[in-house]
Ligand binder design. Structure first.
Ligand code: DGJ
Length: 741
């Protein structure tokens, strides 16, 4: 009782002090009331926060920006949602265990065992980092415990993107346990909410589902540890009032920048508002936070558009190229990969032929995939060798060095595959460093693709993984590309290194991975690296900071890829999408090459088996791609015809000056007589400009049908449209538009 009295008094004192600050801040801001309004603005969107008289930091509004900032204060009064008995439903970072009755953003166990947390506004700071980027930080403190949270909002004005994260600290006498520690807590107001989420599996990435959210909590999460997106990625969309269309409707995109377990709760509250709480998954992960230690959550990023999904995707793609993906504004290497043409069965002779074929094809680089390492346990299939990163002496008696040299002689570059986080029980590494392996000490081992995951929580393992890359690059300074794979999830999670601190494991693993990648990038800032995880099992912006591209899926059937790449394109730019021409699928070679061109083009076929016209087509296609790739990589992407709704899929890329554009068109329905009946209305062009249309990337011996060098105005093309003449004998058509003056 006595404690309670003191606490209440402290709380009163605390609130009184805060009120003075509010009045002061308000008068400084020229506002006529005693609350602090904090708008997080970008060019077109606003997140409107308010610190009220009691010090609660709440969200008043999120959505389209108002023309007159003075009208923000009128927003609250026009919503009549009934009484919020906790007063915290719209908390900007909901604490658990005090008045709150809803899903918390943060839950803790204080050093005295108490589980209540209250967070009150103390101050905020705005730093303009450059013309585009602003960083807002808001300090919140518990009035009773020596516990604080700083909320960060990094806003990118032109791109309308916000990255939000939090930093958590305390000065309590003992350790505090963070039971939940979200990155962000959003609050949306609308008549209804439509969630577009994704599910998948190997070769089935990015399968969309769209549903109206009902009351209660819908959770998107992963507990897989590594390869975290295998069944479900953290990217999602929420449309307000009705499902957003491509060019119409209000929609929020969200994604967590974290390559491990995540949890996104979408809670439709009793007042019909949507609370979104996103962060690292707290599953099996109560985090022990020492006095003075800072826990920084990964960023949750979001963008909003009231012009539909297309605009939101262009903003996100442009943000990713400008700020996130490594070398997002740079170039990429076209390549020939040997995975599907040889699998594990190759030797120096075979590779020497493939290097010649790389040159013959006209691509920039040869990528040697899995199978080049392991001696006592040779990597001749996926049962052995992972962990032993020495060249297999039988297959490669002269080592990688000689292959890099030979690549140079053939005037192509050389790249290599690694899977450095993993170990096969059949390996020297496993025998030597059993204590580096994630597995339960008292249970049987359980394998995913015959392998186990190394304990990246352990600094010695981090060093080992770093050295795999470092040694390859030291020994082979000419090595021009790395494919980093990650094929297993974590079973039997247990870190031998963390001993009694197992609840730190999942977080420590991802931090360990990032530490390795930081080190690699500090020494090798420019080497292109592909982020692969048995397909798209790890595509996220936490990792893409270190990688130049990602592998969307092992499913390279071009018909399937149209759908998979389509959905990825909402969140990631084409420059980062590694697309290879393979023998998957029944489509003709031209179809396969056209689909692979919609990103970073590569091949994984047996060049020697190509007919002379197929080879000629591929060679010309590479030359054609070299001309158009700047528009694909850096242009704005417009979805013209949706493969899920229409018989034809069509995607348009337009350069920044609106003087060049490329349209990719495909038949996706093979019923009798299906064709492109209607013209496709183009988008993103300049109505006043004139464009000449030309069908490109034609198969030898075929003639252009679409465009035929006709000149149209941008106005015509956007109002009436253009027919690519897609039908069962022309299943894939690429058309180039160039401005004529
Ligand atoms: C899975 C990847 O997705 C494939 O591209 C290939 O690299 C294999 N691993 C090799 O084991």
């Amino acid at each position: 009782m006595a404690v309670l009295k003191i606490n209440n008094m402290k709380l009163k004192e605390f609130i009184q002090r805060r009120m003075v600050i509010f009045c002061l801040l308000s008068s400084l801001g020229g506002l006529a009331f005693a609350q602090t309004i904090i708008p997080v603005e970008t060019a077109h969107q606003v997140l409107l926060l308010q610190a009220d008289r009691a010090g609660d930091l709440t969200t008043l509004y999120f959505g389209k920006k108002l023309a007159d900032a003075h009208e923000y204060e009128k927003i609250a009064a026009v919503y009549k949602n009934g009484a919020d008995v906790s007063g915290l439903l719209n908390s900007a970072y909901t604490p658990a265990g005090s008045r709150n009755l809803a899903e918390p953003a943060i839950a803790v166990t204080h050093s005295d065992g108490n589980k209540s947390l209250d967070l009150r506004y103390v101050s905020h700071q705005v730093k303009r980092l450059d013309n585009d980027v602003t960083l807002l930080s808001i300090l919140l403190k518990d009035p009773v415990y020596s516990f604080e949270v700083t909320l960060y909002y990094k806003s990118y004005s032109q791109e309308d993107v916000v990255e939000q994260w939090s930093s958590i600290k305390h000065q309590e006498k003992g350790d505090v346990v963070l039971d939940k520690f979200a990155s962000a807590n959003l609050y949306l107001k609308a008549g209804s909410y439509w969630l577009r989420q994704y599910h998948g599996d190997w070769a089935k990435e990015m399968q969309p589902e769209e549903t109206e959210l009902t009351h209660g909590i819908k959770t998107l999460d992963s507990k897989l540890g590594t390869r975290a997106n295998l069944f479900e990625p953290s990217v999602f969309m929420v449309s307000l009032d009705k499902p957003a269309a491509e060019d119409e409707g209000s929609v929020l995109y969200g994604a967590l920048e974290w390559s491990g377990n995540f949890k996104i709760d979408l809670e439709l509250d009793p007042q019909n508002n949507l609370r979104i709480i996103a962060g690292i998954n707290n599953y099996a992960s109560p985090y022990v936070l020492k006095r003075g230690e800072e826990f920084v959550t990964p960023a949750f990023l979001y963008t909003f558009s009231d012009q539909g999904k297309g605009e939101a995707s262009r903003k996100l793609q442009s943000w990713a190229r400008n700020y996130k993906i490594l070398d997002g504004k740079g170039s990429r290497l076209t390549l020939l990969n040997n995975w599907e043409s040889t699998y594990f069965d190759f030797n120096e002779d075979k590779l020497s032929g493939l290097l010649k074929n790389t040159k013959k094809l006209g691509v920039d680089l040869f990528l040697l995939d899995d199978g080049w390492f392991g001696n006592r346990y040779p990597r001749n299939d996926d049962h052995a060798g992972l962990g032993d990163w020495q060249e297999n002496r039988k297959k490669l008696p002269n080592g990688i060095v000689s292959l890099v040299k030979e690549a140079k002689n053939n005037e192509v570059k050389f790249g290599i595959w690694i899977e450095p986080e993993m170990v096969n029980p059949k390996s020297d590494l496993y025998l030597k460093h059993n204590d580096w392996v994630i597995k339960q000490p008292k249970r049987d081992e359980y394998y995913f693709r015959n392998q186990l995951v190394l304990d990246l929580a352990n600094p010695a393992v981090q060093n080992f993984v770093y050295k795999i890359v470092d040694s390859l690059l030291i020994k082979n300074p000419g090595l021009a590309y790395v494919k980093w794979d990650c094929n297993a999830v974590i079973y039997n999670a247990y870190s031998p290194y963390l001993k009694n601190n197992q609840s730190q494991f999942y977080v420590a693993y991802v931090r360990g991975l990032y530490q390795v990648l930081e080190r690699i990038r500090a020494k090798y800032p420019a080497v292109p690296m592909m982020l692969c995880s048995g397909g798209g099992g790890r595509v996220d912006y936490g990792a893409l900071k270190y990688f130049t591209e990602y592998w969307p899926s092992d499913n390279t059937d071009p018909l399937e890829r149209i759908f998979i790449q389509w959905e990825y394109s909402y969140f990631y730019p084409a420059i980062a999408s590694a697309n290879h021409v393979t023998d998957w699928g029944k489509q003709p070679l031209k179809f396969r090459v056209d689909v692979a061109m919609m990103g970073r083009l590569g091949f994984d076929i047996v060049v020697d088996k190509l007919s002379s016209s197929d080879l000629l087509f591929c060679q010309d296609a590479v030359k054609c791609y070299d001309l158009i790739k700047p528009v694909i990589w850096q242009g704005d992407q417009y979805r013209l015809s949706d493969p899920k709704k229409d018989n034809v899929a069509a995607m348009l890329y337009v350069d920044a000056s609106k003087s060049s554009a490329i349209i990719f068109n495909y038949l996706v329905n093979y019923r009798y007589g299906t064709e492109s009946n209607l013209p496709l209305r183009l988008k993103g062009l300049d109505p006043l400009k004139k464009y000449q249309l030309k069908e490109i990337n034609l198969y030898p011996g075929t003639t252009a049908v679409a465009g035929n060098n006709t000149v149209y105005s941008g106005d015509f093309l956007m109002k009436i449209g253009f027919n690519p003449v897609v039908n069962s004998s022309r299943t894939s058509v690429v058309v180039l538009l160039n401005e004529v003056k």
